[in-house]
Design a protein around this ligand. Sequence first.
Ligand code: HSE
Length: 290
Amino acid sequence: MMTITVPASSANLGPGFDSLGLALTLPLTVTVLGPSEHWLVDHPYGPTVPNDADNLIVKSALTVADLPAQHLGVTSDVPLARGLGSSAQAIVAGLILGHQLAGSDFTKAELLAEATALEGHPDNVAPAIFGGLQLTTQHQQRLSQSSLPLPGDLVALTVIPQQTLSTAAARAALPKELPYQTAVQASQNLAALVAACFQQDQRGFQQLVESDCLHEPYRQPLAPDFALIRDLAHNQGFYGTYLSGAGPTSITLLPLLDAQALAELLKENDPDANIQILQIDTAGYQVKTE
Ligand code: HSE
């Protein structure tokens, strides 16, 4: 029996729109239960998610090779369409499944290229594959990937709203053009954040996490809790809050004790809020065969 585990991920980290993503310990697990007459996927997401050959995991596997149908068991606590990389998890798991069933070797770099082609952007699939904090760029068909050192022990205080937000809707909210000065500022902010990682400047890093000017200003109306969460954190002196992926989930990166204090405050403000303190996944995907 084969089991593939892929971490969740948070893209658009701070000023890293479409380029910076962080792997989180909220796994999707795919178990190959055995050959089947038709593709069959037992998953926890209800009737709106296909359980046959139209399932994203299966569709991704079938891009590798024409494979014999299998019965798959899927477990996951990652909510769909919240900005936590659920589609990247499904794509990465499906591609690995396809390679394993086809018996084809692959490198992580090849997997990144295949997954990026299916997902359309690299910032979720890179951390799902490599783990940790990943910087990826795409320029004239060329994909680059670098692992960045997080400055110190940080956890991700994650607030997941009830409502969903599709990436397509969130991309539609973005402007077609930006002022030249905004583009310069965006480039400076990302460069400064990368420097803060290598200098292990935790406080500078947390402040720069709040320096996006490419998507948060336009998507904020689609994620109504985001501004309030950042304000409440600032009132206590906590920095490091950003809109995860396309939203509406917001994440604050901070040391565990600070995360616990902020979680309590947010719970007082909204007792029904879905607040989770997630660890950073440093390993990326795993494959186990028994
Ligand atoms: N970088 C992507 C976006 C992440 O913001 O559209 C969402 O999947």
